[in-house]
Every structure is written in structure tokens, then in C-alpha cells.
Design a protein around this ligand. Structure first.
Ligand code: ZN
Ligand code: ZN
Length: 484
């Protein structure tokens, strides 16, 4: 019992000393490419997108991530990755052999992360390397992470001369991840340029290799693989393999697949794994429930051929710009006039063509701005309140002047966006001190006079106390003394 109470006291003390216990965690807003870059400074933080993000023409350097990222339904578009991230991870092949691996995607590695409601549109992850390498739109390798309501619209292309390599839609490698209600529309290309050493090649719509659950997803892939070694092509997963015996069970369930896969496998002993769901499901360890193969086309070649979505060696693309509409993205279509292959790039967000109708506010009535789309007539109105003056700053606040002395007053009205920015001046005794409309004070009679400065809307005022230090006579005598 004594122990129990001392524990209780300890807990109470801890709660008192740690005000952060139970407090909501900080969530950092992400609204630009620069904000995304800053995630590298605190990869375990919590983030949320507050806008769609155009990644622009500049290549992106993949960064590691281990926090929370809520996309709030926003889209990161025009992502281009042409080199793996600085960090890597360990991957394995079908025999459990391990490899230090380079990784490319929006993130290089994703570890213990939660990523939700985030869309990648026109992501291009295109890497050529002699290292072991995995690519995916979201990450090269994801471990112990959950992806919910995310989509990847991507063209990922890996050209390698190494041994263990793969290209996926969502991620390259998966170590115990969950993909829930995600969508992939991917063009995936794997090109092995090493005809000597057999490679292990992986290609899959959700992930290329590893293990993890896929639930209620939709996958559409167009895959191409030139493999001098062992090919593992799957509409959803290239190869499912647990690293060791695990108690946990895994499944692909309630998932729709549309897959077209073209490949050749030149290997000492042919296996040529290709399947609309899982290319090679090692030991049948991944269960399959209630999936729908909507379309599956396998084009398998027995001899080396060029396999890529474009048929020509060096296509000369023609460009056609489709402007955005009120509700649809704009983009540029690049078409090869010889083979007819085309792809869309350089997306621009949907936008209305608004014209503005402005009614200025008055002292008695708010104004408004009405935006109306010339195309769809979508319309909304913003109220323009009349902004009253809150404060006038008059300098100086006091003045000492001799007879006929002059000084300039200066006034500033706040807030800065006040509706009527001007001021008016007045003198309490114009026979003693005058003030001009632009604030020039002139002294005429010995004594003290208050000059008032009012905001143009007459809401607020400020004063300057002017003391006239000499009379006309004193000034006259003083003048003579100086001359004398
Ligand atoms: Zn062509
Ligand atoms: Zn419109």
C-alpha cells in the first residue's frame, strides 16, 4: 500500500512538472516547396498541408521522414526526382540476402510515419544508378508506416546495373507498412543495363518488394521491365517476402487492379514471375481476399527487346497546352508523332476566370467585392468594412516658439489601411497661433494655445500644446539688442 501511494505521488509530481503531458502536439503548416524542404530539419515532427504545392521545374532531393503528415486532401504536383536521397536503407532479395540500398521518391526513407489524405500528381521519379536502388512516388523505402487515403499519379523509371533493385508506385520497398484506401496510377519502367550479372528485379503498383498490408486500394499500372536476371512483376506487389517468421498475418484485400505489364527475363533458370496481384508471393505468406482484377495484360518476351512506354529511341515530342478549367487541372501533353506515345506534364491547378466588381465602403455602409467567373458564373462576395481611424499620432506634442516662429507638425493615422487617411488641424485661438491645412504652425501672441489634429473621419484626435515665448514688443527689442 505504501508503495502504491509513493507511486501515485511520483505520477502527480511528474504531471505537475511536465505541462506538456496531455497537451496537443504542435502541427506545422506546409504550403510551399520551401516548407517541405524544412521538414528535413525536423523529420519526426507533425505537419499538415494547407495548400496544393507546385514543386516547379527544379529537381527534388529526397529526404527522410519519420513523423506525421496530413495532406488535408491537398496535392503535391510536378515533383521531379532524378537522384536518390543522401540516406539509404537495408533491403533484401528473395533469398534474404541483404543489400545497402539507395532510395528515391518524395521521401528517401519513411520510418514509423503516418501519412494521410495526401495526393501526388505528376510525380516523376527517374533514377539511373549502379547502386542497389528502390524507387516509389512517396518513398524509396517505407518501414512501420501507415498510408491512408493517399494517391500517387506517377511515372517512375529505374535504370540499373546493380543486383537488388525495384520500382513501385507508392513505395519501392515496404517493411511492415499499411496501405489503406490508397490509389495508384503509375507508369513504371525497370531497365537493367547489366547483361552479365543476374539481378533481382521488382516492380509493383503499391510496392515493389517487401511486406505489408494493402486494403481497399485501387491500382492502375503500365509496367515495363527489361531484366537480365529474375523478374518479379505484380500489379499490386512485385514480391511479397517476410524477412523472417512472423506471427502477424498479411493480406491484400478489397483492392481493384488494372495492370498491363511488358517484360523479358533472361536468366539461368527462368521463373518470370508476373501476376495482376503479387508477382511472387513467397510461401503464400500474403493472403488475398476479395480483390478485383478489372484488366490484366501480360506481354512476355523470350528475347531481349526494348521495353518502354515510348517506342522510339529518341522521340521528338510535340507539345500541346491544355489550360485549366474551373474544375479540372491544366497540363501540357507531349506526344511522339512517330509512335503516338504521349504523356502529360507541367500540371497547373484548376482555376476560375474571375472578374471583380467592387463597391467602396462608406461611413454608413460596408462595401463589397463580388467575384464572378466568366465561364461558369460561380460567384462569391467578400465584405469590405469601412475602416475607422483608431489613433492619430501627432509630433511634436509640445512646441515653444517666439513671436512669428514657425514649425511643422506631422500626423500619422492608424490603422494604416484606414478608409480616410487625411487629417484636419484647428487652433483653439487663431489670433494667437495659426495652423495651416498641412500643419504649419505660426506664433503671433505670447501665451499657450492648443492645436488639435483630427482624423478625416473625425473619430480620433491628438493635440500639440504651443507655447509662444515672446510678445511682438519683446521680439522687437530682442532684435535691436542683437543688432546693437
Ligand atoms: Zn515515338
Ligand atoms: Zn468557373
Amino acid at each position: 500500500m505504501k508503495k502504491f501511494f509513493s507511486c501515485l505521488i511520483c505520477i502527480c509530481l511528474m504531471l505537475l512538472l511536465c505541462p506538456s503531458v496531455g497537451a496537443a502536439e504542435d502541427v506545422t503548416s506546409v504550403a510551399s516547396r520551401e516548407d517541405l524542404e524544412r521538414i528535413a530539419e525536423r523529420p519526426s515532427g507533425s505537419y499538415e498541408l494547407t495548400a496544393d504545392i507546385d514543386m516547379g521545374a527544379e529537381d527534388w532531393q529526397p529526404i527522410p521522414f519519420s513523423g506525421r503528415l496530413n495532406g488535408n486532401g491537398h496535392t503535391i504536383y510536378n515533383l521531379t526526382v532524378r537522384a536518390p536521397g543522401a540516406d539509404g536503407a537495408e533491403t533484401y532479395d528473395g533469398n534474404g540476402k541483404k543489400y545497402d540500398t539507395a532510395l528515391g521518391g518524395l521521401f528517401s526513407t519513411v520510418t514509423g510515419a503516418e501519412i494521410s489524405d495526401l495526393h501526388l500528381k505528376n510525380a516523376v521519379v527517374c533514377v539511373e544508378t549502379d547502386r542497389h536502388c528502390f524507387l516509389g512516388a512517396f518513398a524509396g523505402c517505407a518501414a512501420d508506416s501507415v498510408f491512408t487515403n493517399c494517391t500517387a499519379d506517377c511515372r517512375n523509371r529505374l535504370t540499373v546495373s546493380s543486383v537488388n533493385a525495384g520500382v513501385g508506385g507508392m513505395t519501392g520497398f515496404s517493411l511492415d507498412c499499411e496501405f489503406d484506401s490508397c490509389g495508384v496510377d503509375a507508369e513504371l519502367v525497370f531497365t537493367d543495363v547489366n547483361t552479365e550479372t543476374p539481378c533481382e528485379s521488382f516492380l509493383g503498383g503499391m510496392y515493389a518488394c517487401g511486406y505489408g498490408n494493402v486494403k481497399s486500394c485501387a491500382v492502375r499500372i503500365h509496367g515495363f521491365a527489361e531484366v537480365y536476371g529474375y523478374a518479379h512483376n505484380g500489379g499490386v506487389i512485385g514480391m511479397f517476402r517476410l524477412p523472417q517468421r512472423l506471427k502477424k498475418s498479411f493480406a491484400v484485400r478489397d483492392t481493384a487492379v488494372d495492370a498491363e505489364i511488358s517484360f523479358f527475363e533472361i536468366a539461368p533458370s527462368r521463373r518470370a514471375y508476373c501476376d495482376p496481384l503479387i508477382g511472387e508471393n513467397l510461401a503464400g505468406a500474403c493472403h488475398l481476399y476479395n480483390n478485383r482484377v478489372q484488366n490484366y495484360q501480360k506481354n512476355e518476351f523470350r528475347t531481349p527487346v526494348r521495353l518502354s512506354p515510348e517506342q522510339c529511341e529518341a522521340p521528338q515530342y510535340s507539345e500541346e497546352i491544355t489550360p485549366p478549367t474551373c474544375t479540372e487541372w491544366g497540363y501540357t501533353t507531349y506526344t511522339c508523332p512517330v509512335c503516338g506515345y504521349f504523356y502529360r506534364d507541367r500540371y497547373t491547378p484548376a482555376a476560375h476566370d474571375y472578374t471583380e466588381m467592387r463597391i467602396e465602403p462608406t461611413r454608413t455602409k460596408d462595401g463589397s467585392v463580388t467575384y464572378t467567373c466568366a465561364v461558369c458564373h460561380d460567384s462569391y462576395t467578400e465584405i469590405l468594412p469601412y475602416i475607422w481611424a483608431e489613433r492619430v499620432e501627432l509630433t511634436p506634442e509640445t512646441l515653444n516658439l517666439p513671436f512669428l516662429g514657425q514649425a511643422q507638425l506631422s500626423a500619422a493615422v492608424f490603422p494604416k489601411n484606414v478608409a480616410e487617411p487625411g487629417v484636419t488641424y484647428s487652433s483653439a485661438d487663431a489670433s494667437a497661433v495659426t495652423v495651416s491645412p498641412d500643419g504649419i504652425v505660426t506664433a503671433f501672441k505670447k501665451g499657450t494655445v492648443v492645436i488639435t489634429c483630427k482624423s478625416a473621419d473625425e473619430r480620433v484626435k491628438s493635440v500639440c500644446v504651443v507655447t509662444v515665448t515672446s510678445s511682438a514688443w519683446e521680439w522687437f527689442c530682442n532684435g535691436f539688442r542683437k543688432i546693437g
